[in-house]
Ligand binder design. Structure first.
Ligand code: NAG
Ligand code: NAG
Length: 530
């Protein structure tokens, strides 16, 4: 009687000791994407698996993101590398001034992505022996993002037991169609929308437009990668969409407790916040700064948009507003504290400290931190929520408007338009509101406590789903049939059309009949009168 459980147990143990062979594909497109994929890789290493990460360099400034997995470095295509290193192009793209709703934007960025993703993926596929070597490894699972698509695209040729898709943000644009997740544009905020009012016609219209923008922008690179795949592996090779339809799971960087609820499927596993680091006590220098005044506000616009390139009138607006809060210390992440602005205008506010670098996670955990003024990148969002800090969210580009909007929706604070940065009175009022209205802090603390006690941690969800996929591959039951339907079938347009035709015929016959009866009755009445 004892034998069976022990046999089962040792079998389990054998599996665990061996670990599974996992390939993570990271394109090093930007810090946030590389960090999310790197955290996935490192978490799986910690769980005892043999993880290899292909680091397909795109932007040479981006870190690896993974520290613990085996790495295969692939250099960027020279033309892609040159694009990322050209200071003129880097300076031209000013995220503080760009307009995310500009309809021309996706028509410029889309083809640019198509160009860089295509040449980078081609270079990788042409690397002598690489694909064959990866196929021979017989990976159990490949984890790749549906963003630059190369990893997803080549996965079919590497033939793992299971493919797991990734969204380093939330599911957006054409990813909905690829994975069979309903778009629900009427109430799921899209990337460019920071204030979706579901009862307002114009707000829903703008959201619908946002959905189109997301789709159009990433249509170009999908088309380009599909072409590259067919050029390499032949015309019968499946498209990114066809490959993605059969994923075992999808990992997103979303955390439902700080989102706006919308339909999803059982294949989509939200592991947002998996990259969040434990906070440590501050060192003497930073502790000194955080205790200079009773309250501190942290300002950071992330790593991509550099504060030093912020237009002058926006900088001045911030400085003037900061000067109106002499009892609050402001710390601003600023790349060149010794530049003209740093030594001049910024120095006129005694309660402002510019710093190239700061222990952001540890500062957010400090009791004197009263608010976080942030661009609303995914990483900052999770850190804000985990520490329970109220915020002012000033979105700049990409999915930041949406992120900022859901934070306001969940009561963390206020969205603030970057174009209003020069308006000192408005900015001052918003800062006062977030400092003095206790509602924000209470909401933030409550959600922070909920996150700390979630029934299943992001780590557990990640490891268990990867192990499950490694053992069983993808389950056909989890694959929505919507993936095989055309537009007419999916929207029941044929049934609606049929219903309309039947109603029209019925209405026609009833009208005829009614008119006939009326005429008959009129005749009878007339005859009686005569
Ligand atoms: C992990 O996988 C690599 C590649 O297949 C292999 O060379 C290495 O020996 C494996 N490591 C362990 C600890 O099994
Ligand atoms: C505080 O903020 C909440 C949420 O925005 C709002 O409903 C409430 O009226 C505010 N309270 C005060 C005193 O302004």
């Amino acid at each position: 009687m004892r034998v069976l459980p022990i046999a089962v147990l040792s079998l389990f143990f054998l599996h665990f000791v061996d670990g599974y062979k996992i390939l993570v594909f990271s394109s090093k497109f930007s810090h946030s994407h590389a960090n999310f994929l790197g955290q996935i890789a490192d978490t799986l290493v910690d769980a005892g698996h043999n993880v290899t990460t292909v680091l397909a360099e795109m932007d040479p400034h981006v870190r690896d993101g993974t520290e613990k997995s085996n790495k295969i470095h692939m250099e960027a295509d020279p033309s892609v590398k040159a694009l990322h290193e050209d200071p003129e192009i880097q300076k031209k793209v000013n995220f503080f001034e760009s307009n995310v709703a500009n309809p021309i934007g996706p028509l410029i960025i889309g083809p640019m992505f198509a160009y860089t993703f295509y040449y980078n993926c081609k270079k990788l596929m042409d690397e002598p022996g690489l694909i064959g070597r990866l196929r021979d490894e017989q990976f159990h699972v490949i984890i790749a993002e549906n963003f630059e698509f190369c990893g997803v695209g080549i996965s079919k040729a590497i033939a793992p037991k299971a493919l797991i898709g990734v969204a380093s943000t939330t599911v957006f644009g054409l990813q909905h169609d690829e994975w069979g997740v309903p778009t629900a544009e009427s109430y799921r905020p899209t990337s460019i929308v920071s204030s979706l009012d579901v009862h307002s016609f114009s707000s829903r219209l703008f959201n619908y437009y946002g959905s189109l923008v997301d789709r159009i922008m990433f249509w170009f690179p999908r088309w380009a990668i599909n072409r590259a795949l067919k050029e390499k592996f032949g015309p019968d090779y499946p498209t990114v969409g066809e490959i993605s339809a059969n994923v075992a799971y999808v990992f997103t960087n979303a955390e439902p407790l700080i989102e706006a609820a919308a339909p999803t499927t059982s294949r989509v596993i939200d592991i947002g916040g998996i990259g969040a680091k434990q906070s440590k006590p501050l060192d003497e220098y930073w502790e000194g700064i955080l205790t200079l005044r009773p309250k501190t506000i942290l300002i950071s616009f992330g790593t991509i948009a550099k504060s030093m390139y912020m237009p002058q009138e926006m900088k001045t607006g911030l400085i003037k507003a900061i000067a109106r809060f002499p009892d609050v210390t402001f710390i601003w992440k600023y790349e060149e504290p010794e530049d003209e602005f740093g030594k001049g205008e910024a120095a006129t506010a005694p309660n402002l400290i510019l710093s190239k670098w700061m222990p952001q996670v540890d500062i957010l955990a400090h009791p004197n931190l009263a608010a976080f003024i942030t661009h609303g990148g995914m990483g900052s969002l999770h850190e804000t929520a985990i520490r329970g800090v109220p915020g002012i969210f000033i979105p700049l580009f990409a999915d930041q408007p949406r992120n900022a909007g859901v934070m306001e929706f969940n009561g963390f604070g206020r969205v603030y338009d970057k174009n209003d940065l020069p308006h000192v009175d408005k900015l001052t009022k918003t800062i006062e509101d977030v400092l003095n209205n206790e509602t924000y802090r209470q909401n933030a603390k409550r959600i922070s406590a909920m996150l700390a006690r979630k029934p299943f941690t992001a780590r557990e969800l990640l490891i268990k789903h990867v192990e499950f996929a490694a053992e069983f591959g993808a389950s056909a039951a989890l694959r929505p049939q919507s993936l095989d339907m055309n537009f007419i079938e999916y929207n029941n347009l044929d049934i609606i059309a049929c219903g309309l035709i039947v109603s029209a015929i019925f209405a026609y016959i009833s009208t005829k009949f009614l008119m006939c009866t009326v005429r008959k009755m009129a005749r009878v009445v007339k005859q009686k009168k005569e």
